[in-house]
Write a new protein. Structure first.
Length: 216
């Protein structure tokens, strides 16, 4: 009887050892990137260079640029996992008008309280929501654009080029309806007469970003 008990105990310990070994084997088979620390190591944060980054805008026959103040892009391999940047709306410039006085009047009109009201809202913001691969070097991005403290989601394609410790990003043309951000001046939706001066509700943007890998 004692020998039987000993045999049962030995078999039980043998089964436990086999089960424990199987657990270790299975746990070792999971991908390394399941570990949050491993994911963190793989992420690269690129700081946007404001001197090399800008937004090109167009409304009807007029166009210009808006500088970017600051921001960052976070890449996980070739996938964008986070992004945010601040746009200097009070530094908006026109590029198509040569006559200085007319250029100045036009820029001041755009910055006035009827349009972007840059005295009160000197900055616009973009906040990343999600992205998906749309080509070898391109992503389809969705994010929130904040203008005059009004937030709306926009979607667009972006082309990325990673070059060692630097990154370049250029978007397709982004179309927004300015009335969704509370900009109603000179819109056909609220025209007062047939002779009212009208400006398109559609604003076109193209974003060019350049960034450098942040030092760890």
């Amino acid at each position: 009887m004692k020998q039987l008990i000993v045999d049962i105990k030995q078999k039980s310990w043998h089964i436990i050892a086999l089960a424990f070994g199987a657990i270790l084997l299975l746990s070792g088979s999971f991908p390394a990137n399941k570990n949050p620390e491993a994911r963190k190591i793989q992420e690269q944060v690129f700081v946007i260079d404001g001197t090399q980054s800008r937004i090109f805008w167009r409304v009807d026959a007029h166009n210009g640029i808006i500088p970017l103040c600051e921001g960052e892009l976070v890449m996980h391999g070739n996938t964008l996992v986070d992004a945010q940047f601040r746009v200097c709306m009070d530094s908006l410039r026109n590029l198509d008008i040569d006559y200085h006085l007319m250029k100045s009047v036009f820029e001041n009109t755009i910055k006035s309280k009827e349009i972007f009201h840059t005295e009160r809202f000197p900055y616009a913001y973009f906040k990343f929501c999600c992205s998906e691969k749309s080509g070898n070097d391109s992503l389809r991005i969705a994010g929130d654009l904040v203008i005059k403290d009004i937030e709306n989601c926009i979607r667009f394609n972006t082309f990325f080029q990673l070059m060692g410790d630097s990154i370049q990003a250029n978007t397709d043309t982004i179309y927004i309806d300015r009335t969704n951000w509370g900009i109603f001046a000179m819109t056909k939706k609220y025209r007062t007469s047939e002779s009212s001066y009208l400006v398109s509700d559609t604003i076109q943007f193209q974003i060019k970003l350049s960034g450098k890998l942040r030092d760890i």
